[in-house]
Design a protein around this ligand. Structure first.
Ligand code: HEM
Length: 302
């Protein structure tokens, strides 16, 4: 239920959940026509131009997916800034962070599914990043994508099935009310329906078109910029992986300090506090740097 005078923090997850519901419904409608093989670009263009209300469901799915993930990001940043990881168990905090990562991966696979030049390009970059992992690169990349006729099939399977199921499974204990208050549902549905009705779908670039620059999805622009100056393993895996590790380790520092306090080891408590502060500001610094990189790449190109 919507509480009176609810803090802004309370709106992010509720509106996010309402957007997820709309996203899943519109996604299921799209799969009635979408085929992840053959001429995928033509198939998606047919959804936009020939299938009755196809353009509407595409826009609704796109907007609800973006809004859902952006609200999940804001919700996590809000928890982080209010240092809520101190009250969560390490396992619970880690599940939230992993779920957020999966949300972004769902957006990424959706971007590939468009089947246009940008989607194919993003898929190929992703495949190359995975292949660059020493020793296990080739089998690892085959878990997510294969070249040729089946290029879209695995991203399709992840996007429409594995990832949404995993996200919901991981969040099952964290979410108390699965059906948000009708006010949140009505507000999200009105906003997103209006967007889908008013904003015309973005012109997808045909796979064989000659274009100077191909951009990835907005949250990938920073990595795309780094990839220009660094090896794929460093820019695409090591740097994001280190960032993820810092986030996952955050509640651990605090736990270490607390568990040693009763035995009078105040020195350890002090070290743990310092460790937590260092991790916290490292994450804030990395987030700001990535934000600046993304905005710069959005304006000037990656
Ligand atoms: C966490 C949930 C989901 C998110 C965040 C999400 C997001 C997205 C995004 C951003 C796109 C690209 C749209 C574009 O740029 O035009 C997309 C495409 C697509 N999604 Fe999802 N989606 C989700 C769940 C689902 C589910 C559950 C299904 C089906 C059961 C589905 C089916 C599709 C299909 C068929 C496409 C390709 C058609 C198109 O590009 O319009 N999605 N999704």
């Amino acid at each position: 239920m919507a509480k009176r005078g609810m803090h802004i923090s309370g709106y992010f997850p509720r509106l996010g959940l309402a957007s997820l519901i709309l996203c899943i419904i519109s996604g299921i409608i799209l799969t009635f026509y979408y085929r992840p093989m053959g001429n995928v670009f033509q198939n998606v263009e047919e959804i936009t131009t020939l299938v009755p209300y196809g353009w509407f469901f595409r826009q609704l799915h796109y907007a609800s997916g973006q809004v859902f993930v952006i609200l999940m990001l804001l919700h996590t940043v809000d928890h982080f800034l209010r240092r809520r990881y101190r009250v969560y168990s390490v396992g619970e905090w880690n599940l939230l962070i992993v779920s957020l990562g999966l949300c972004f991966f769902t957006l990424f696979t959706g971007f590939i599914l468009k089947g246009d030049k940008e989607g194919i390009f993003a898929g190929q970059i992703f495949m190359n990043i995975l292949k660059s992992v020493p020793f296990i690169g080739a089998p690892l990349s085959k878990l997510f994508m294969v070249p040729g006729e089946g290029f879209f099939f695995l991203p399709y399977l992840y996007h429409c099935f594995f990832l949404p199921v995993l996200i919901i499974y991981f969040l099952r204990a964290h979410i108390r009310e699965w059906l948000p208050d009708h006010k949140f549902l009505a507000f999200s549905a009105t906003g997103l329906f209006l967007y889908a009705l008013i904003v015309r779908p973005y012109m997808d670039i045909p796979p064989d078109a000659l274009v100077g620059e191909v951009k990835g999805p907005w949250f990938f622009l920073g990595i795309q910029t780094l990839l220009k100056t660094m090896p794929a393993t460093l820019a695409g895996l090591i740097i994001p992986g280190l960032f993820l590790l810092c986030l996952l380790a955050l509640p651990l520092a605090r736990k270490e300090g607390r568990s040693s306090a009763p035995s009078g080891q105040q020195g350890r408590e002090g070290t743990a506090r310092l460790g937590e502060a260092v991790l916290y500001y490292l994450i804030v610094g990395a987030l700001c740097a990535y934000g600046i990189l993304t905005i710069r790449a959005g304006i000037r190109g990656p």
